[in-house]
Design a protein around this ligand. Structure first.
Ligand SMILES: Nc1ncnc2c1ncn2[C@@H]1O[C@H](COP(=O)(O)OP(=O)(O)OP(=O)(O)O)[C@@H](O)[C@H]1O
Ligand SMILES: [Mg+2]
Length: 289
């Protein structure tokens, strides 16, 4: 018996998360919370640190500084243990088992929730048969839910791109998460597929699963999310309701590339622009200054 869907208690709490790669600080001192029942958006220009932040949350990276808690407990920094704890994700670059069927991909996603484990599931070892029927039933349920049931026997690699993204969501849901993290779920989708994905995410939330979603499609984000945070050059610049964030001039400036007062590392940005300008002029007729 869980009361998660009604309490609004924090599901995810990231505190002071910083990720450095050598001299580059990709994520800088980010505090971030997702509460139960929420759909939260993470936006920001290319290279802002969104995926890196996801990787810190999900155990793919060990943050240089900071802590990540799921339902009050500090998460282990191993992706499979994070999934087991209750956080599941999809990837910006789709990661499916291309030569497995759609159904098998979802069954693999269930391995953290079955005693049998991945290899037993794949090799159909002792104990597997017993759990197989229940797992199969749940996997088919998830394929119905995501609209892929008719393609259960197709190889994942033969699905159109939009359906591969849906299959990643089905596979993530198979681990029965309390928080689903989606990295650009509508990238490459047409408007109809995007709209269907929006409905799917609402339906996921209605099942009591909190959602954190990265996207560049602003219409999609502002329509979908209860709350949105904007990362710029690794720092959380603004956070608030869709209305607040979409009218914030700093967010608009960050997307348009216009400098604004207090922008993080303005000088660094200027250096890059100067270097790019120098490169393009040398390749034509040399330094014009
Ligand atoms: N493993 C890594 N090693 C070194 N630098 C990295 C690594 N991963 C990311 N970066 C750098 O960190 C910065 C943030 O990248 P990240 O992929 O997190 O951005 P993003 O906001 O997800 O961008 P996009 O919208 O293009 O997906 C970039 O400058 C990137 O080059
Ligand atoms: Mg990214």
């Amino acid at each position: 018996m869980t009361t998660d869907t009604t309490t609004g208690a924090p599901v995810l709490e990231a505190t002071g998360v910083t990720m450095r790669f050598g001299g580059l600080t990709a994520v800088r001192n980010v505090d971030f919370t997702v509460n139960s029942g929420e759909i939260v958006g993470l936006i920001g220009p290319n290279g802002a640190g969104k995926t890196t932040f996801f990787n810190c949350l999900t155990g793919l990276y060990v943050p240089t500084e900071g802590t990540v808690r799921y339902k009050g407990t500090v998460l282990p920094s191993k992706p499979h243990l994070v999934t087991k704890a209750g956080m599941a994700r999809t990837f910006q670059n789709i990661r499916l088992f291309a030569n497995m069927t759609v159904l098998e991909n979802v069954l693999v996603g269930r391995h953290t929730r079955t005693k049998e484990g991945l290899w037993s599931a794949l090799l159909r070892g002792p104990g597997f048969k017993k759990a197989e029927a229940a797992s199969h039933e749940r996997a088919m349920e998830l394929l119905e839910f995501t609209g892929l049931a008719e393609k259960a026997d197709h190889l994942a690699r033969n699905l159109p791109y939009g359906e591969q993204r849906k299959l990643e969501i089905a596979r993530a849901l198979a681990s029965e998460p309390g928080l689903l993290l989606l990295d650009e779920p509508t990238a490459g989708m047409n408007p109809q597929e995007t709209r269907a994905t929006e409905e799917l995410i609402f339906a996921v939330r209605d099942q009591g699963i909190a959602v954190l979603v990265i996207e560049h499609d602003m219409r999609f984000i502002f329509n979908l999310c209860d709350r949105v945070a904007c990362l710029v050059q690794g720092e959380k610049l603004v956070e608030g309701t869709s209305d607040v964030v979409q009218s914030d001039e700093r967010v608009i400036a960050a997307y348009l590339g216009t400098p604004f007062e207090g922008a993080p590392e303005d000088s660094a940005l200027a250096d890059v622009e100067a270097a790019e300008a120098a490169q393009s002029t040398t390749s034509t007729e040399g330094d014009t200054k």
